[in-house]
Write a protein that binds this ligand. Structure first.
Ligand code: PHE
Length: 340
């Protein structure tokens, strides 16, 4: 009997190691250790032995059972692990696969330019102040020293929503909103959309963009204005761009000027881009009118300031060499693609 147990243990151990699945292993277990299994049969056969040999034989069978049970448990956990690995591998979804992206959008040149202008002025310590596109008559005109009957209103053919609410015709409204809240020193720019009831043509559009600038502090002069605008023009157009001031009139600045930059196309010699003058107008500007400061509760004997309002569309077109002012608004992908 000892021989049979030994042989069965060896054979079964070899099968356990060789088997390839948990199901197969289970069959082996049932066949050997189960109720009608081979080892169980040997145990039952003990009753044929003489009584004095039975304890010894029982021990041998039990040791064999324990050996085989351990072998089965070890093999089972190895098989389970392997089967899990196999399933994980087979059911894996590769989410990293590369799908070619065909149409990636980009920023509109005007947005790129606005961001660059914000960056430029931020580097000089200016803050950005947003103000509403739907504005009141008070902020767009009254507080800017343009009362109801003022002829300067004529220059800005305005979209009125009611008698006192309108689409802002200039970003200058933002000057007032800021000066009411913040006291000097003030250094701000305010880029945004403005609206005027103009027919769309090569140089006009009912919606266009401005960037307003305002500096108020003790001792601010027109030299500061000129210095900042020179830096601006050199930064965005070219190193040798010059600026010039021409006398002008705005009710909210005194004195007022139109600011020209030397023509980027001909360098100031005169060409068809600058209509032979060598200069291109880029903005209106001036020293903040005393009445405006007083209206905002700022003492004009203590503080002075300058303001400018630039045509963002014009500045963008000059900086990028866009010759037709309508193209940026036609949504032509061939044009827009060039700015990615
Ligand atoms: N708001 C003026 C315009 O739209 C421009 C301007 C701004 C002039 C600030 C002077 C100072 O024409």
């Amino acid at each position: 009997m000892e021989e049979s147990v030994k042989r069965l243990t060896e054979e079964t151990s070899a099968k356990i190691v060789a088997c390839g699945s948990v199901a197969e292993l289970n069959d082996i277990r049932v066949k050997v250790l189960g109720k009608n299994g081979e080892l169980t049969a040997l145990l039952k056969g003990m009753k044929d032995l003489p009584p004095e040999k039975r304890p010894e034989a029982g021990k041998i069978v039990n040791v064999a059972r324990e050996t085989l049970e351990n072998a089965i448990a070890t093999r089972q956990s190895a098989l389970e692990k392997a089967e899990l690995e196999k399933r994980l591998q087979a059911e894996k979804i590769d989410i990293s696969i590369d799908k070619p992206v065909e149409h990636i959008g980009g920023l509109h040149p005007l947005t790129i330019m606005r961001n660059r202008i914000v960056e430029f002025f931020s580097s000089l310590g200016f803050v950005v102040a947003e103000s509403p596109e739907i504005e009141t008559d008070y902020y767009n005109f009254e507080a800017l020293n343009i009362p109801a009957d003022h002829p300067a209103r004529e220059m800005q053919d305005t979209f009125f929503i009611t008698d006192s609410i309108l689409l802002r015709s200039q970003t200058s409204a933002g000057q007032i909103r800021l000066m009411e809240k913040v006291k000097p020193p003030i250094k701000m720019i305010s880029p945004g959309r403005v609206f005027r009831a103009d027919e769309a043509d090569a140089t006009h559009s009912p919606v266009f963009h401005q960037v307003e600038g305002l500096v108020v502090d003790k001792g601010i002069t027109m030299c500061d204005l000129k210095g900042i605008l020179d830096l601006f023009a050199q930064h965005f157009f070219s190193q040798d761009t010059k600026t010039r001031f021409r006398p002008s009139y705005f009710p909210f600045t005194e004195p007022s000027v139109e600011v020209d930059a030397s023509c980027h196309h001909c360098g100031g010699k005169g060409c068809n881009v600058c209509k032979g003058t060598g200069w291109i107008e880029i903005m209106g500007a001036g020293m903040v009118n005393r009445n405006v400061l007083i209206g905002c509760g700022i003492d004009p004997d203590e503080y002075t300031g300058f303001a400018f309002g630039g045509g963002l569309d014009r500045i963008t077109n000059i900086a990028y060499g866009i010759s037709n002012a309508r193209i940026p608004f036609e949504n032509d992908i061939r044009f827009l693609k060039q700015f990615r």
